[in-house]
Write a protein that binds this ligand. Structure first.
Ligand SMILES: [Zn+2]
Length: 162
């Protein structure tokens, strides 16, 4: 296993759309393992492949039972209710935002061994955050005007560090 380098905003790779994984082969298994190690090393709750520079539909998330990898995750059902929770992102060090998400989602995906899995009603916010990354959508795209004004300076700082 290896710790991967995390791409930070405004790296343009974070805006790319990721490709479906055709087959969960050794390369993908290693990617899942490395992403889990990288997430844990950085105390993250989730990580998506583009954040480590790989444009494939792979995410890893922390669960009560430990870290899991999902390949080609798809949201197949959403709850009617929404929740607002505070989210962070390893590509935006130190930036916590309140984001409105579906309270529960069901997803279909392949697990790190290529088996079909269905996850119901769990980890909804983290999953939605990570799946967004696969389409080049970032949590700063999902905030309202007030929060946007508040973080304007912070976003400029990220630009300056580039
Ligand atoms: Zn993120």
């Amino acid at each position: 296993m290896a710790i991967l380098k995390i791409k930070k905003y405004p790296d343009p790779i974070l805006r790319e759309k990721c490709e479906e994984v055709k087959e969960v082969n050794e390369e993908i298994k290693k990617l899942v393992d490395d992403m889990i190690e990288t997430m844990e090393k950085n105390d993250g709750a989730g990580l998506a492949a583009p954040q480590v520079g790989v444009l494939k539909r792979v995410i890893v998330v922390e669960t009560e039972k430990g870290p899991v990898g999902f390949v080609n995750p798809k949201i197949v059902k959403k709850s009617k209710e929404t929740v607002i929770e505070e989210e962070g992102c390893l590509s935006f060090p130190g930036l916590w935002l309140k984001i409105k998400r579906w309270k529960g989602v069901d997803i279909e995906a392949l697990d790190g061994d290529g088996k079909k899995v269905k996850a119901e009603n769990l980890l909804a916010s983290i999953l939605q955050h990570e799946i967004d990354h696969l389409d080049g959508i970032l949590y700063i795209d999902r905030i309202g005007f007030c929060q946007r004004l508040k973080i304007r300076k912070k976003l400029k700082e990220y630009d300056a560090y580039r």
